[in-house]
Structure formats: C-alpha cells, structure tokens
Design a protein around this ligand. Structure first.
Ligand SMILES: [Zn+2]
Ligand SMILES: [Zn+2]
Length: 358
C-alpha cells in the first residue's frame, strides 16, 4: 500500500509502498477514506512520543472495513466506521464501564502502531472501539470527529458539564479550539475566543463566538472579567502551554471549571499552574483525554441532525505527498481550520466522497 512514512525522528517524511497491515486478534483493517492531520502527528514526528521506527502517523480517520479478525462479532467487511484515537483494550474495568479513553492498555493508531496516513490501517479491539458512520455523514466529517472534535465535545459535555447560558472562554482557535467554539454554541454556551491569529479569530466569530480577543500581549483574564462580569464559568486551554493554561484558569469566575485539552509536552518543561487561585476561588481543574466509543452516539446524532457540522472546520483536503511536505512544519504553519488527507484519491476538495471512488 502507499503510505506516508518516516525512518528517523525529524527525518523528511516519504510517500512509498509498504506492506499492508493484518487484522490483529479481535481487530480489523480499515481502508482509509479520510484522515485528519493534527498537531499530535507533528509531536510524534518530532520525537515527543515513544514510537517505533520507521513510523506512519495518523489517528483521526474514517473508512470502510476491509478485513476482520475471526473474534470480531459486531462488524463486517464493508461497514463504514470511525474510531476514537484512544482505542481501549475492551477488557479492563475502565473499558467495561465505557471509559476506554483512560484504558491503561490502550492502543493508539499513529502512536503505538502504524497509523492512518496510508491506504489501510489496523485497529484493535474492534467490538469495543469502532463507531458506525451513518450513510448521511461524510467520511471526512466522521474523520474530523476522531480526535479534536470528540475531545472538545467531551471536554464541554462530559467534563465541564456546560449548561445553557454559561460563559465559555476558549484559548486557542486551531482545530480543537474551533471545535470547542462550535460545540459550546450548540450546547447553549456564550463563547469568548482567544488566539494570536486574527484570521483564526474571524473563523471563531463565524462559528458563533460572541467575543474574540487577540492575544497580542493583552491581559486576557482582565479582558474576560470585563466582558463577563467577573469571569467565565468554563475555560478551555485548547493550546497547551504554561501561558495559555494560566490565562484560561485566571479567566474563570469563582467556582469556575477549567478543562485542560491542549497537551503540555514535557519537552517544554513542567508548567507552573496558578494553584493559589484554584484553592481560593474553589476552581475545578479537569483533564480531558479524547472520548470513548461508548459516548459517540449522542455526538453522532447531533452531527446527523446538522446541529454540529464538523465538516465546516475542514479548510483543505490534500494528498499524501502534500501531507509529507506539510507535516514537518505543521507546528509553525498558521493553518486555520482542519487539514484532511485523502490517501486513496477518493475525495473532492471539501472532503466529500466522489461517486464510485470507494
Ligand atoms: Zn481497557
Ligand atoms: Zn489528533
């Protein structure tokens, strides 16, 4: 199969023929119809995760089942599916209680094994991890749920338990930040979007942010306090840096809830977090790590109804070669919205399926 692969940390990714994966016990092989590129793929390329080389990144995907292991009972060849980026083992107490996102034995395509920047990808514990994609939902829309959108949904609905009318400060307007803006609006929240990039803020405003704040040295917490009469009820750090984490926490009103979604990679040093404020104002500091397959149906129903439209966040659809050029500079490229990769050439520019291509 054709795949985007790199042979060493920070080596130039190449597109070349590699052996097709086999279905692991209890797993499947999926023919990839669409796969998103995300900052986590760049982190893996840059050596911030433990990966075996050579490596194929890619963890936000949707496609069609091409092979099933004999143990698989819920799925058949030809089914349209997507998958959370954290695939639980399907057997432990967390997986059995629907919390596979914290499974201690989880597999992550694109990290623990070869990922989806390829024509085919292997997925583990299919009966617990796969999610059906309804015919009315595009592969690209489904792929865009896999990491950032699902993470944003869980951060607001599952962790912060957003209720209608609450103020939500979203720090960062990249893929996960814009997803958070869209979902917060759909759940009835009032959004303040913060970013360094004015174009990203313009997109946030289109998606329903009531206020936007350009982080150009502005005192973000003070500005939020002014707009919200004392701070927001919920804050989400969708970037993952000491500064954005602190800005988010300090933007909260008393008893507010902070959700940390952006990764704080150890390579940047241990972040200082304003814990004195957390104690004095009784703030909740919550982590959010993707979303289990068990929680997908409620979100997928909103996508099917059109209340959530993740495909609106897709800015461009590219092939594997362009993806190989883009990956090494993905952390610094100021690309607004999501980048979708079409490994098999079956999608049009907006990520819709061309008739007959799959
Ligand atoms: Zn498990
Ligand atoms: Zn991702």
């Amino acid at each position: 199969m054709r795949a985007l692969i790199f042979d060493a940390i920070k080596a130039r990714p190449e597109v070349r023929e590699v052996p097709e994966p086999k279905a692991p016990p209890g797993g499947v092989v999926v023919r990839v119809a669409a796969t998103g590129m995300c900052r986590s793929d760049w982190h893996a390329w840059a050596g911030h995760d433990e990966i075996a080389l050579p490596h194929i990144p890619g963890h936000e995907l949707a496609g069609v089942i091409a092979e099933t292991a004999p143990e698989v009972t819920r799925w058949r060849v030809g089914d349209r599916v997507t998958v959370p980026f954290a695939c639980g083992c399907g057997r432990c107490e967390w997986c059995r209680s629907g919390q596979a996102q914290v499974c201690p034995d989880q597999e992550q395509p694109g990290f623990t094994h070869w990922g989806s920047f390829a024509e085919y990808v292997a997925l583990h514990a299919a009966d617990s991890n796969l999610v059906a994609v309804p015919d009315s939902v595009d592969f690209a829309a489904a792929a865009s749920l896999g990491c950032r959108f699902a993470t944003a949904y869980r951060a607001l609905a599952g962790r912060a338990r957003l209720t209608e009318g609450e103020w939500v400060t979203v720090v960062g307007s990249g893929g996960v930040g814009l997803s958070t803006v869209m979902i917060a609006r759909a759940l009835g929240g009032r959004v303040i979007a913060v970013d360094r990039n004015p174009e990203a803020l313009a997109v946030a405003a289109e998606l329903g942010a009531e206020h936007t704040l350009l982080a150009d040295g502005t005192d973000v917490p003070a500005a939020v306090a002014g707009l919200t009469d004392g701070g927001s009820h919920i804050a989400v750090d969708a970037v993952g840096s000491e500064q954005t984490c602190a800005d988010a926490i300090l933007s909260l009103r008393r008893r507010g809830r902070h959700v940390q979604v952006g990764l704080l990679p150890p390579v940047d040093g241990h972040p200082r977090v304003p814990m004195a404020r957390v104690i004095a104002w009784e703030l909740d500091v919550l982590g959010s790590h993707g979303m289990a397959a068990a929680d997908y149906p409620a979100m997928m129903a909103l996508v099917e109804r059109g209340a959530l439209a993740p495909q609106r966040l897709i800015e461009r659809t590219i092939g594997l070669e362009e993806a190989a050029d883009l990956l090494p500079r993905f952390d610094s490229a100021t690309v607004a919205g999501m980048t979708m990769i079409d490994p098999a050439g079956g999608l049009d520019r907006l990520g819709r399926t061309n008739a007959g291509a799959l």
